[in-house]
Design a protein around this ligand. Structure first.
Ligand SMILES: C[S@@+](CC[C@H](N)C(=O)[O-])C[C@H]1O[C@@H](n2cnc3c(N)ncnc32)[C@H](O)[C@@H]1O
Length: 327
């Protein structure tokens, strides 16, 4: 549903979107969700996300003139303490022009999702620190990590690995190339009172670390594989990286997986169907991995085209002991 720009009525659109999310705002265990998904709900390129009492507006179409009206509409459905807006880099605005505080003064917030708390930063140009479409994946990880050694690849702020640690994983290793992420991961563990040592974070390029880990005989019982939609070419990669580069990454991960281990793979590309993704992983693993379970984003990410949703598959190593007892 795309609405003519001049006819946009933010109040009406936010009221409708808020009503659709009733199961979420009525759930006392969750205070963070996508409030408005403009691609399907009336204004292409605009999304609004709620992190406890903070709202973050992201826009790809220049709606700076409409932001006060949008902020008022948001305040009419929920008593937000802070509302910020961030323009996409494609608008050609300076960093200063891109970030606008519409309400409140805080630059961070702590939000709650089921049993976990997450720290988000409202003043970063990219994701504030928690991908809300992965809510069900975090829930799955809490329930399926007990006593396992887990490797969290492309860790970002560590929310997926933290879910495993909270689910009583024996150990979680987070890997990301950005060193700025270590304090953010540490903070997320701290606010959940889950133990974290600096050895739980490996900083560096995945194409450098994975071959080394294989050589050193490291093995894991669960691997979280969430590459960005476009993995940039790495000087450590022997091949030309392609899209999310699952073919190459799965080859490494299969060698790092113990019998009975699982890989949770997240597909973000719209140009690939869910079936094709799973087929690609089966092939790349030499038929050692089989898809066992599928997860996707929640009702706060409405999509009329199924391939536009986040698609998550859990692949299990063929000798999975879980299968024998029917779990
Ligand atoms: C989309 S985020 C992953 C989100 C994360 N799984 C979560 O749910 O919070 C992508 C992350 O991959 C990291 N990254 C990208 N290319 C990398 C590479 N070649 N080696 C290691 N980390 C990389 C980035 O620094 C970024 O933190």
């Amino acid at each position: 549903m795309e609405i003519n720009t001049s006819a946009i009525n933010w109040q009406e659109m936010i009221n409708n979107a808020w009503e659709r999310r009733k199961p979420l705002w009525q759930d006392s265990n969750v205070d963070c969700f996508r409030v408005f998904h403009g691609y399907e709900e009336g204004s292409r390129g605009t999304v609004v996300e709620k992190f406890n009492d903070a709202a973050v507006i992201d826009y790809k179409r220049d709606i700076r003139d409409e932001l006060p009206e949008l902020a008022q509409a948001l305040l009419s459905v929920f008593p937000f303490k802070n509302i910020v807006a961030r323009g996409h880099q494609s608008l050609g605005l300076t960093l200063k022009e891109r970030f606008i505080i519409l309400h409140g003064t805080d630059t961070s917030a702590i939000c709650n999702e089921n049993d976990l708390r997450f720290m988000v930063k409202l003043d970063t140009p990219h994701n504030p620190g928690l991908y809300l479409d992965a809510r069900d994946s975090r829930d799955w990880l809490i329930k399926n990590s007990a006593n396992r050694r887990i490797l969290n690849l492309f860790a970002f702020t560590g929310s997926l690995g933290l879910s495993s640690a909270f689910g009583k994983a024996a150990e979680v290793i987070h890997l990301d190339r950005s060193k700025e992420l270590l304090p953010r991961i540490q903070e997320n563990y701290k606010i959940n009172q889950v133990n974290f040592e600096t050895r739980n974070f490996l900083r560096g390029d995945i194409y450098k670390h994975l071959p080394r880990a294989i050589k050193a005989g490291k093995r894991f019982d669960g691997i979280i594989l969430d590459p960005p939609p476009k993995v940039y070419q790495s000087r450590y990669a022997q091949h030309k990286t392609n899209g999310q580069d699952f073919s190459a990454l799965i080859k490494y991960c299969t060698q790092l997986l113990n019998p009975g281990g699982w890989i949770l793979g997240m597909l973000h590309r719209f140009d690939c169907s869910w079936d094709d993704f799973e087929e690609q992983v089966i092939e790349a693993s030499g038929h050692a991995l089989l898809p066992q379970h599928r997860l996707t984003s929640g009702i706060d990410f409405p999509e009329s085209l199924p391939d536009k949703k986040l698609r998550v598959s859990i692949f299990v190593e063929k000798n999975d002991p879980m299968k024998k007892d029917g779990t």
